[in-house]
Write a protein that binds this ligand. Structure first.
Ligand SMILES: [Zn+2]
Length: 113
């Protein structure tokens, strides 16, 4: 039910933004989802259709853009994209720490009418 809460928050933000912009309808919402986010696209769209009923966001399409997870090595101080296998720093081979990117879920932009 993780998506339920996430989608509810998403609609609240979208509706508020649309209201500020004086829009009567939202036609498209572009979302950014981190690779490591547990959010599933299909579930979000399903909850979105259900929860947006009666709001300006109802009937809007959702577009998802996945961004890859990034790790930080505290020894080298570098940031790197998650390697295909494991989480090791490409420079020193020590295990990297996960940064906030990769877990994000937010609205990138919207199209309104
Ligand atoms: Zn390193």
């Amino acid at each position: 039910m993780h998506e339920y809460a996430v989608t509810k928050g998403l609609i609240a933000i979208a509706v508020e933004e649309a209201r500020k912009a004086g829009a009567s309808k939202i036609t498209l919402i572009r979302l950014v989802i981190g690779d490591l986010s547990t959010v599933i696209d299909e579930s979000v769209q399903m909850y979105f259709d259900m929860l947006s009923e009666g709001t300006v966001a109802h009937g809007s399409k959702l577009e998802f853009r996945r961004v890859s997870a990034r790790f930080h090595c505290k020894d080298c101080g570098i940031e790197f994209e998650k390697p295909k296998i494991g989480f090791d720093c490409p420079k020193c081979g020590k295990m990297g720490m996960l940064t906030d990117s990769g877990k994000e879920f937010y609205i990138e932009s919207m199209e309104i009418e």
